[in-house]
Design a protein around this ligand. Structure first.
Ligand SMILES: [Fe+2]
Length: 207
């Protein structure tokens, strides 16, 4: 099969799954409660670069810059050319104005630079209303020879919904800890860093 055919087939399959899942709100709610992720996002647009601003100017909330790096499964080498898809809730904890979780409004794509870096400009997400789940940013990775996969969510130190188990789990990951400290610069912008580790195999069923 030609590469273009395979890409097109993958694209169509992924779009079909995405559409199906969006139409199945209960599935998404169940996924959310279990801490899982909705199906993989559509492929990246052609103008994807290492940095992205995924909120419109004037978006309510605290501006947040996430400086990230993507590592190979060995945990040692950074990987260039990996697509990083990120999404988060608005400051009130909603993914979309209609309250559905399958249609994140605040979302965007990056592609790691030669040093494996990406930079995400968003706002500090709010926590889901009525649920005791820490605020978080979701990431999906694919490309550079790796299949589409979701990562553990980025969460923030000091969130009162973090449990001891979550903290211990994060700490055990060493430099790949997913609960990260936030700092605020002189302009009031929040900053944090995250290192993401690729897996050889997808954690999405059927990928
Ligand atoms: Fe979420």
């Amino acid at each position: 099969m030609k590469l273009e055919d395979k890409s097109r087939r993958d694209f169509l399959q992924r779009m079909a799954r995405w559409g199906l899942a969006c139409a199945t709100g209960s599935y998404l709610t169940a996924s959310l409660v279990k801490g899982q992720n909705p199906p993989p996002p559509p492929p990246e647009p052609p103008d994807t670069t290492w940095t992205a601003t995924i909120v419109p100017s004037g978006e309510p909330g605290d501006p947040l810059v996430v400086a990230g790096r993507v590592f190979a499964p060995d945990g040692e080498h950074t990987v260039a050319g990996v697509v990083v898809y990120a999404y988060n809730t608005d400051k009130d904890g909603y993914y979309s104005p209609d309250g559905k979780v399958g249609h994140p409004r605040i979302k965007g794509y990056m592609k790691t630079d030669p040093q494996g870096r990406f930079e995400l400009h968003t706002i500090r997400p709010g926590r889901y209303p009525g649920m005791h789940i820490p605020a978080h940013v979701h990431f999906n990775l694919w490309g550079a020879g790796y299949p589409v996969q979701w990562t553990e969510e980025l969460r923030f130190m000091g969130d009162s919904y973090l449990t001891e188990a979550m903290k211990n789990e994060s700490q055990a990951l060493g430099k790949f800890a997913t609960i990260r400290p936030l700092s605020r610069d002189k302009d009031g912008v929040l900053h944090c860093e995250i290192d993401l580790r690729l897996q050889e195999k997808s954690n999405y069923p059927g990928h």
